[in-house]
Design a protein around this ligand. Sequence first.
Ligand SMILES: CC(C)C[C@H](NC(=O)C[C@H](N)C(=O)O)C(=O)O
Length: 316
Amino acid sequence: MRPVIVVHGGAGRIFKEREEGCRAGVVRAALQGYGVLKQGGSALDAVEEAVRSMEDDPHFNAGCGSVLNEEGEVEMDAIIMDGKNLASGAVSAVKRIANPIKLARLVMEKTKHMLLTDHGARLFAQAMGVPEIPGEKLITERSRERWKKNLEPDSNPVEFQKDLGTVGAVAVDSEGNVACATSTGGLSNKLVGRVGDTACIGSGGYADNSSGATSTTGHGESIMKVVLARLILYHMEQGMSPEMAADTALEYMKTRVGGLGGVIVVSSSGEWAARFSTKQMSWATVKDDELHYGIYTGERHTKSVDEALASESEGF
Ligand SMILES: CC(C)C[C@H](NC(=O)C[C@H](N)C(=O)O)C(=O)O
């Protein structure tokens, strides 16, 4: 089996100033995840690495760069899932850690549970020796400015949720195992304690070797209503291609509950798709040593991995 990785850096509107940073960020994440797969690493290791890379990148709404809740704090959700045995781990409303995706993986591997939240997740992180960092380290100038602007009485709630950047990855490895990972700061100026789709199995992501893996982004409450990630895999089980399944599920979410979003999909046989009903979604994929990436509908750049790695080391 030839390995494949697909990543996204969030759906919605991406403002011009952030476009290049997003393209570079998803490309870097895809190349890093692919590097893991090429060295014989598992799909699980690859999606964790790709998501970790984007959590560390302040251009995205995950880890450093997360949006703030109504009280001006970062609260993050993340999930990881192994298509081999349907094991998964998630955390919700976690604060003051650099990489929620790593904590989600620890929940999967070191507990009998699947989702830990807030205070309990914090105790678990301490027990696992995950360092606590000052909350300010996760807050960028951009997210602070956005939060302040959203608090103004004449602010427009539609503008609140533009240009965010949730992150996710799906992969299939050389043994044919699939995995997914998703991480987010959620929605801007959300209520304290709001948990979105990202932490919820079947909504923010799902992975099953018998069909494939998917990671989602978009309006979380809509994604949860239609259980978007699992819905896509259901359509694939019924015989649809990843692209058709993604489009059908996104269309259903739009017509049934008026929600917009984006998804990345890989099938166990290595077919992939990156589809969205929003204006934009940053995405990148590597298959057969070829990198593809884009942001707008119909935009697709292609480079060989060698060429991409060379421009990476020159600073992209
Ligand atoms: C408004 C949307 C289109 C922007 C998108 N947000 C999420 O994916 C949030 C995540 N699903 C949640 O609800 O917690 C983004 O961050 O790019």
